[in-house]
Design a protein around this ligand. Structure first.
Ligand code: ZN
Length: 127
């Protein structure tokens, strides 16, 4: 796909697809508790402000988490779709400078976003 199509891609993507992408990326075999690693989790509604951000409750440790808990995506100021496009570009082996150009971001912003995901989307649990 030519990189110039990415701008159009951004317009086509909605939050539901972005969260689906994140879920698929971090939990290819289904959601797991970031606290204890258990797979007995139940859906527990959605985020109050982001309707497609699924919340979960762990049956084993009663921990609560959501799609972005424990990822570098949590609490970042960039919209999720920018992250997803950024990850997509990284998959195409574009440089930070190229990604910045395609997505209309500052190179320093892209650098901050790509630094951690190159080592994996999910950061170590802080507990
Ligand atoms: Zn748990």
């Amino acid at each position: 796909m030519p990189a110039s199509d990415l701008v159009n891609l951004s317009g086509l993507m909605d939050d539901a697809k972005c969260f689906a992408f994140v879920r698929q990326h971090r939990w290819p075999d289904g959601a797991r508790c970031p606290g204890c690693g258990g797979s007995s989790v139940i859906r527990d509604g959605c985020d109050d402000t982001q309707a497609h951000r699924q919340r979960y409750r762990c049956k084993a440790c009663a921990g609560r988490f959501d799609d972005l808990t424990g990822t570098v995506l949590a609490g970042h100021h960039q919209p999720l779709r920018v992250w997803v496009l950024c990850l997509h570009c990284m998959g195409l082996n574009l440089s930070n400078r190229q990604i910045a150009g395609e997505l209309g971001l500052a190179v320093s912003d892209v650098q901050a976003m790509t630094e951690q995901p190159r080592h994996g989307l999910v950061v170590k649990c802080q507990r």
